[in-house]
Design a protein around this ligand. Structure first.
Ligand code: 5GP
Length: 187
């Protein structure tokens, strides 16, 4: 059986990665499976443990690092996020294409560990920083301080988009989804 692809999708908070991911997952021809990450941040309203994330304590997270259970991990605005290694491996060995939605630092780790040609990396960029701020504020799930930190983080991340093989601008959702779809299919 052909080993599945590893697809990394990154982009600043609020850019719409989650929505793009959901649309891509609806397309069964892509054979796409989402790798659920582990995080120490608290669930947002509506988020379910094991679906959006595995929500764990800082102690549990540290244990997972020590036991080498994570393909990569990063600290993002005060919380830890990481990708369970075995799940990704197992899914790829079953021929499934695995989608990681991780930040730019996590991407660096993955690209340093795996053969770059083996990884499709896509950066989702907003049409502008102003538009991004509107989207984050519109979501209104975070405090003002968190929003400010996330916006500062967003401009840092935008500065690193060149390490990705593909950059897709999420101006119109359907166009961005279609572009991602084509990138995956052509690989
Ligand atoms: P949020 O708190 O908005 O769900 O996620 C914050 C950031 O963490 C996003 O950029 C998201 O892509 C990233 N992230 C989510 N899971 C992981 C992970 O497993 N590893 C890394 N490095 N980043 C992650």
């Amino acid at each position: 059986m052909k080993r599945g692809l590893l697809i990394i999708m990154s982009g600043p908070s609020g850019v719409g990665k989650g929505t793009i991911r959901e649309k891509l997952m609806e397309d069964k021809s892509l054979n796409l499976f989402y790798s659920v990450s582990m995080t120490t941040r608290s669930p947002r309203p509506g988020e379910v443990d094991g679906r959006e994330y595995y929500f764990v304590s800082k102690e549990d997270f540290k244990k997972n690092i020590e036991n080498d259970n994570l393909l990569e991990w990063a600290e993002f605005v005060g919380n830890f996020y990481g990708t369970p290694k075995d799940k990704v491996e197992n899914m790829r060995n079953e021929g499934k294409n695995v989608l990681l939605e991780i930040d730019v630092n996590g991407t660096k780790t993955v690209l340093s560990k795996l053969d770059r040609n083996d990884v499709i990396s896509i950066f989702i960029a907003p049409p502008s920083l102003e538009e991004l701020e509107n989207r984050i504020r519109g979501r209104s799930t975070e405090t003002d301080e968190v929003i400010k930190n996330r916006l500062a983080q967003a401009s840092r991340e935008l500065g690193q988009k060149d390490q990705y093989r593909f950059v897709v601008i999420n101006d119109k959702l359907e166009d961005a989804v279609e572009e991602c779809r084509k990138i995956i299919l052509s690989n």
